[in-house]
Design a protein around this ligand. Sequence first.
Ligand SMILES: Cc1cc2nc3c(=O)[nH]c(=O)nc-3n(C[C@H](O)[C@H](O)[C@H](O)COP(=O)(O)O)c2cc1C
Length: 196
Amino acid sequence: MRFNVSEINECIRTRRSIYPVQFSSRKVHKELIEILIENARWAPTHKLTQPWRFKIFHGAGAVKFGEDHAEMYKDLTPESDFKPVKYRKLKDNGARSSAIIAIIMHRDEKESIPEDEEIASVAAAVQNMHITCNAYGLAAYWGSGGCTYTPEMKKYLNLGENDKCLGFFHLGYPEGEWPRKTPRKQRGEIAEWIGE
Ligand SMILES: Cc1cc2nc3c(=O)[nH]c(=O)nc-3n(C[C@H](O)[C@H](O)[C@H](O)COP(=O)(O)O)c2cc1C
């Protein structure tokens, strides 16, 4: 075997979403975030379009992003639907995260492959980051709530016409206990064998 597979299996299988409320005050340094980005760019990509783009709101940038996102939610939500808890959460997510990384699909100019494949590639890149986080003992969570899919967020992030924001990767260190074990379907439920 080329690598320590039992450690790699363990790292993949124990990766969990850890939310900003579970983050400690310990800060994630830029150098570590660079490693996450480095690993992201080795995800598979059809025709090598490499559609992943990231905008990293770090430190004070994350705090400001949380405030701006909360305000955006307030501005875009009719008063009757407005939930103060949601507003507070969007704001707190910024204050509690060392970094918030906007996950962006940059559409290939030639549109040479289907958009679904570009989105799949970006998701693979994010999974690379998430597994790397587990390896380094970082806490991370991919959130697509709030104003993620709105034209206003697209404008805020200065995205191109055909680009898409796919959510936000929240980054910190975990506080205390490791989180809930999210259940999974059994292998027999998700894989059908044809042949021997
Ligand atoms: C594309 C995507 C978007 C997600 N958006 C949210 C979200 O908006 N809010 C949330 O609580 N979790 C979100 N999650 C995290 C999932 O809830 C989480 O991955 C799932 O519960 C499985 O838990 P685990 O990651 O700990 O295995 C998202 C995950 C993905 C892949």
